[in-house]
Design a protein around this ligand. Structure first.
Ligand SMILES: C[S@@+](CC[C@H](N)C(=O)[O-])C[C@H]1O[C@@H](n2cnc3c(N)ncnc32)[C@H](O)[C@@H]1O
Length: 328
């Protein structure tokens, strides 16, 4: 696939479909051409989100707790391919792909085998299969296509996983649905990301009803320099600079916790000498202020990186980040 062969009308139709909630509608991948067009465009944008989640996991020393991967609602296999690109094929023995579209599983299998030879790849509905070896569950951009029965089946499978990496679009609706997943799985797993704690989600508090948990991935330079991506942005009316996503990384193993850990939600809002930051902490989600003069290192870090991952600081009772309390 290359930019010259992209079918823009087909992509427009796909985009319109993705923007609707199509729970329970059944398979929609018409053929391999549709899948190839998706994979080359929307799929790559999704891979950038996977990179934003997997790279920090890699840097923190997270390792797969099982040798089997299950990619549920695999589409063209973006989640598995991203996972293997980050963690390698060495620790994975076999991969199970599931999608109710046979065209999708065929495409995904061929792409995974071509890009990451080694693990055995097969297609099966793991929700109905007998219990097998331990596995890591990958889920990507599926939640708004599931009706209640579909989501229940997926959750039942999730409860058997050793770890779950689940990425969805950063819309309010999808993020809120993922929050529901977190609440259902809480107690079974430890939350490695994005939450710095395992307690109830602070977004559930009435005062946070207008917020939602999302973060921004950074697209690679080619997204801003290539003619193809610029055409994509124009034709599909998509802002390439903003790549919001919501995610959940759950694991039966506890993560290392740091004192005063916080995670910024969305992006800080910057004013003259002041930032307003929505942050998640063990005791809840609330907005705090950062005065530039109180912590220049933190100010600089936030200007440089929209999503700096897990941070730690203390706060005053008035909701200000305490001078000098930020730990690098
Ligand atoms: C937007 S695509 C995302 C594909 C891929 N996970 C990705 O991130 O690129 C959603 C996928 O979920 C699949 N899907 C939707 N409902 C499903 C169901 N009930 N059972 C299995 N697959 C389903 C669709 O066929 C489609 O391939």
């Amino acid at each position: 696939m290359d930019w010259q062969h992209v079918d823009w009308q087909l992509l427009e139709r796909l985009r319109d479909r993705f923007l609707k909630n199509t729970g329970g509608d059944g398979p929609y991948w018409a053929d391999e051409v549709t899948l190839a067009n998706y994979d080359f465009t929307f799929g790559r944008r999704i891979a950038w989100k996977w990179a934003a989640v997997l790279q920090p996991m890699l840097e923190r020393g997270w390792e797969p707790p099982a040798r089997r991967l299950i990619d549920w609602g695999c589409g063209t296999g973006v989640a598995t391919r991203s996972f293997l690109a980050h963690f390698g094929t060495g620790s994975i023995e076999d991969i199970i792909l599931w999608d109710h579209s046979p065209a999708a599983t065929r495409f995904a299998r061929a792409a995974i085998e071509a890009e990451h030879p080694g693990p055995s790849v097969r297609v099966a509905d793991p929700s109905t299969a007998e219990d097998g070896p331990p596995f890591v569950l990958l889920v990507s951009h599926v939640i708004n296509e599931l009706d209640t029965t579909g989501l229940e089946a997926l959750l039942a499978l999730a409860r058997k996983a050793e770890a779950i990496i689940w990425i969805e679009p950063g819309t309010r609706e999808d993020s809120r649905r993922l929050l529901g997943v977190r609440e259902q799985l809480r107690g079974v797993f430890h939350c490695h990301a994005p939450c710095p704690h395992d307690g109830p989600c602070g977004m559930l508090a009435a005062e946070n009803a207008r917020h939602w948990c999302h973060h921004f991935a950074r697209p690679p330079t080619e997204a801003f320099t290539s003619r193809g991506w610029s055409l994509f942005a124009q034709r599909l009316n998509i802002d390439l600079r903003a790549l919001p996503y919501s995610h959940l990384v759950l694991d039966r193993r506890p993560p290392p916790r740091i004192p005063d850990a916080v995670r910024i939600i969305g992006a800080p809002r910057e004013y003259s000498g002041l930032m307003k930051i929505l942050r998640c902490r063990e005791d809840g989600v609330s907005e705090v202020e950062l005065q530039k003069r109180d912590s220049k290192p933190l100010w600089k870090k936030l200007q440089k990186k929209r999503d700096p991952g897990l941070l730690a600081w203390r706060e005053t009772e008035a909701g200000r980040i305490a001078p000098g309390s930020f730990q690098v």
